[in-house]
Ligand binder design. Structure first.
Ligand SMILES: *Cc1c(COP(=O)(O)O)cnc(C)c1O
Length: 392
């Protein structure tokens, strides 16, 4: 979350004073309005407000008809939720390497496809767009569905299309750490009417409250409850108004940092698959070795933390996903996708040979919307100073 204030307070006050906190009590609910506004912003036909990004991923997979026996390819560097979502629908997450863009490596993606692969979840991590042209081409060739994890990439784009609208469905998170936020929340978008309908049913307790079942083409089936409420929606409608300004400020700062640092020799910038569409929440500096990256971090953080290593990002790296690596895929063995899989699943040691090295060689500089131009220039000077001290 970058910004929240009086406008959100007023929006919440309006909802509380109306007494209507449940979304299905009025046709023009805040939730329905947010869903339309969000879908329009992203460029998709349908949106569904949910309680979290994880819920949006799960409902996306339900919408796509993914289940037991299916494999879903995900990247090795993403929040653990991306790996948990396939398990929640009975499927197996298959972990593919990243490249220096920090997103899914299309070559390893292709190498990990088996006859059981049904879907890909490309993740636009740190707001960095995946190489969606290549991902979509691979998906078409192998007839795979694509669910974009845009949880960290609200409003970003690839090739002029908003992230989340390129694949068959997209998932967004509005938890505290994301670009726009209501504390905890999420949304799914899709332009596929069937995917929308199935996700709608699943997220609403099997269609518990959704208006008129006769409108649905698929028979209702059992689901869970991931419905968002009016308070979340009212906050998000204000946050949506702030999104363009937030992105503009983040992009301006990243651009200035890159200009200031363009001639540095001890690192290069991590490549970005679409510069224009990058949300610019982080600038990646890529060093030759992990020891240079560590030395740089030591130096630059001496006067207060401004940089960090994605290698230290805990549950964002596959080696820290114990439940998955040790194949405890459910709370009960009878529901464990690893036991339902037609063949034993293997997560061999060297399955993503480049991930740890790339993350270890990368230094992440978080951008801010609150720094003045002078402060950004001072940050660039600090980066240069630390880089000079460690040499090249
Ligand atoms: C935050 C995040 C999620 C999960 O979102 P929640 O709202 O916390 O459930 C999923 N994927 C990625 C890449 C995320 O960053």
């Amino acid at each position: 979350m970058y910004e929240i204030g009086e406008e959100e307070v007023q929006a919440v006050r309006r909802v509380i004073e109306s007494g209507k906190l449940f979304r299905y009590w009025s046709e023009e609910s805040e939730a329905a309005q947010f869903e339309r506004e969000w879908a329009a912003k992203i460029g998709a036909a349908h949106g569904i407000l949910m309680t979290s990004g994880t819920a949006a991923l799960i409902c996306g997979l339900v919408g796509l008809g993914i289940g037991p026996g299916d494999e879903v390819i995900i990247p090795s560097y993403t929040f653990i939720s991306t790996a948990l979502a396939p398990l929640a629908v009975g499927a197996i997450p298959i972990i593919a390497d990243i490249d220096e863009s920090l997103t899914l490596d299309p070559r390893d993606l292709e190498a990990k496809i088996t006859p059981r692969t049904k879907a890909i979840i490309p993740v636009h991590i740190n707001g960095l767009p995946c190489a969606m042209d290549t991902v979509m081409a691979i998906a078409r060739t192998h007839q795979l569905r694509v669910l974009e994890d845009a949880c960290q990439a609200d409003g970003g784009s690839y090739g002029g299309q908003r992230l989340g609208s390129i694949g068959d469905a997209g998932a967004f998170s509005f938890n505290y750490f994301k670009i726009i936020s209501c504390g905890e929340g999420g949304a799914m978008v899709t332009s596929d009417a069937k995917v929308h309908e199935r996700a709608l049913v699943y997220h609403d307790g099997g269609g518990s409250f959704f208006r008129d079942f006769s409108e649905l083409k698929t028979p209702v089936f059992a689901g869970s409850n991931f419905r968002g409420n009016e308070i979340l929606a009212s906050i998000l409608r204000v946050q949506l108004q702030r999104l363009d300004n937030i992105l503009a400020a983040l992009r301006a700062e990243k651009r200035l940092l890159m200009e200031e640092l363009a001639h540095e020799k001890s690192f290069v910038f991590n490549p970005v698959n679409d510069r224009e569409g990058d949300c610019s929440t982080m600038l990646g500096l890529l060093f030759d070795s992990e020891s240079s990256a560590r030395a740089f971090l030591q130096e630059i953080n001496k006067d207060g933390p401004v940089a960090n290593s994605p290698r230290d990002s805990g549950r964002h790296i596959f080696v820290n996903w114990e439940a998955i690596l040790e194949q405890r895929g459910a709370h009960h063995p009878g529901l464990d996708p690893y036991r339902m899989a037609p063949e034993p699943v293997a997560y061999p040691q060297g399955m993503c040979p480049n991930t740890l090295s790339i993350l270890g060689r990368t230094v992440s500089i978080a951008t801010s919307i609150h720094r003045s131009k002078e402060e950004t220039q001072q940050l660039a000077a600090r980066i240069k100073h630390a880089a000079n001290l460690i040499g090249s």
